[in-house]
Design a protein around this ligand. Structure first.
Ligand SMILES: Nc1ncnc2c1ncn2[C@@H]1O[C@H](COP(=O)(O)OP(=O)(O)OP(=O)(O)O)[C@@H](O)[C@H]1O
Ligand SMILES: [Mg+2]
Length: 255
């Protein structure tokens, strides 16, 4: 059975998509079979792996509408071992229609359980920000929640809301969703982790934080502009090396 990890968090721009793409690509470099699912109508993850949603019939929205089988919408991408279920703006409209029923929040979880090819070691889901339907659906599909934390803002309020959201999902869908850890992103060399965490939540979050911090690195934006994961664009860049370490930590934790 694949480990299903959703990269989520309610703040926008913390690096959810960057981390989803690069974690998935690094795990594939470690010869894991990985499926990356783009759950955001912005389609960043789809674009950054060098794919597009290739028109109607080959994306997440058409799977939800029952027009395409899950396995037919999955596309191969690089590095070898990495597949993607792409998304584009049509997901916005489809999600609006699905959002009128509580049970539809489980639609992705059921699709993964019943229709996803069985070969994957990891299924990584890139969730959008906010508390909207797609975000809740992406969390409901997960076994584990990975939360990027950016330096420069405190996370106290976000952490409390996140705990409430996890409680909501566990209660309404009877699933054992767990926090799989916090990952610090866009770290500058002089940042102090403690400066972004208040004393109150420091202990809880520090226990759940990965040792690897992803540095702020201009190579990240350059790889995005080339529509490729950083490890394929510049594996020796500081963030590229950090993503490789982070993937190693993840793999140690989940296998
Ligand atoms: N480690 C990093 N170093 C430098 N730039 C970064 C890094 N991580 C993210 N970025 C920049 O931040 C931008 C936002 O990242 P990303 O799109 O992954 O955030 P997000 O949390 O997925 O956003 P959204 O909430 O819109 O889904 C990227 O386009 C990139 O330019
Ligand atoms: Mg994103």
């Amino acid at each position: 059975m694949a480990n299903v990890l959703t990269i989520s968090g309610q703040k926008g721009g913390t690096g959810k998509s960057v981390i989803a793409v690069n974690l998935a690509a690094c795990l594939a470099l470690y010869e894991k079979k990985v499926l990356l699912i783009d759950c955001d109508p912005q389609g960043c993850t789809t674009a950054w792996t060098g794919r597009n949603d290739d028109g109607p019939g080959h994306d997440m929205a058409s799977v939800f509408k029952g027009k395409t089988r899950f396995s037919d919408a999955v596309m191969k991408t690089k590095p070898q071992g990495l597949d993607i279920l792409p998304a584009g703006f049509s997901l916005f409209d489809t999600a609006l229609k699905l959002s009128d029923s509580l049970s539809n929040q489980r639609v992705l979880r059921l699709l993964i359980q019943e229709d996803a090819p069985s070969q994957y070691d990891y299924i990584i889901i890139d969730a959008p920000s906010s508390y909207g339907f797609l975000s809740i659906m992406a969390l409901t599909a997960a076994d584990w929640l990975i939360i990027p934390v950016c330096t420069g803002h405190t996370v106290t309020q976000e952490f409390h809301c996140l705990l409430k959201l996890i409680h909501y999902i566990r209660k309404n869908h009877k699933i054992p969703l767990k926090i799989g850890g916090f990952v610090f992103n866009r770290r500058h060399a002089l940042d102090d982790t403690r400066s972004v965490l208040t004393a109150e939540n420091m202990r809880r979050i520090a226990d759940l934080a990965y040792d690897t911090h992803i540095p702020h690195d201009t190579a990240v934006q350059k790889s995005i502009e080339k529509n490729m994961p950083l490890v394929l664009y510049d594996i020796k860049s500081p963030a590229g090396a950090a993503f490789l370490n982070f993937a190693k930590e993840i793999d140690l934790k989940f296998t």
